[in-house]
Write a protein that binds this ligand. Structure first.
Ligand SMILES: Nc1ncnc2c1ncn2[C@@H]1O[C@H](COP(=O)(O)OP(=O)(O)O)[C@@H](O)[C@H]1O
Ligand SMILES: [Mg+2]
Length: 175
């Protein structure tokens, strides 16, 4: 039987700038077809993380919360083949039918990057392989960010992210 490809990784961010930086490093590693699901209560930092991810993808436009539009579409930079970057906010989506009406399946099938906040509202629609990120408010500006990768692609992605973040710590401690 094939080994189940699941990996988790948890870290603490100490402020929005750090969360953005983590997002940027993650964004740089992404490629077309990737699905990122950002879970966490209001103010946990999902949008801040998504802004960092978009930045890492080379999105030049300002990334704002898609609370009212439900899905915002951006374009990645040339380094990422100018692919579309979809940023969804599913807070108001109560069930799968509403998600389908929104065109969720098309977004997921499209050549691009898909990032959703409040994925837990419609947990049953997500592909089995994805990166699930849960942000939890800790003390003050501290946020515990837990990554759960499912599938070979995402386990590798998470591994690469861990390596990138470790580099960062090493570089910082050298200064
Ligand atoms: N470590 C942190 N990471 C991210 N945001 C933080 C952090 N500490 C404080 N904040 C603040 O928390 C808020 C997070 O907002 P936002 O990303 O819109 O949350 P969400 O999308 O999860 O509702 C921002 O005002 C941000 O400045
Ligand atoms: Mg948000």
């Amino acid at each position: 039987m094939a080994q189940k490809a699941v990996e988790t990784f948890e870290l603490t961010s100490h402020g929005p700038t750090e969360t953005r930086r983590i997002g940027r490093k993650l964004g740089k590693l992404l490629r077309s077809g990737d699905v990122l699901l950002l879970e966490g209560s209001f103010g946990a930092g999902k949008t801040v993380l998504a802004q960092g991810i978009a930045r890492g993808l080379g999105v030049e436009e300002r990334v704002i919360s898609p609370s009212f539009t439900l899905v915002n579409e951006y374009m990645a930079g040339k380094s990422h083949g100018s692919i579309p970057v979809y940023h969804a906010d599913l807070y108001r989506i109560a069930n799968v039918d509403e998600a389908l009406a929104l065109g969720l399946e098309e977004y997921l099938a499209a050549q691009g990057i898909f990032i959703a906040e409040w994925p837990e509202n419609i947990a049953e629609v997500w592909p089995e392989e994805r990166l699930w990120i849960r942000l939890r408010t800790d003390d003050g500006e501290q946020r515990v960010i837990r990554f759960e990768a499912r599938g070979v692609r995402y386990v590798r992605l998470l591994h690469d992210l861990e390596t990138e973040l470790a580099e960062h710590v090493r570089n910082d401690s050298g200064n």
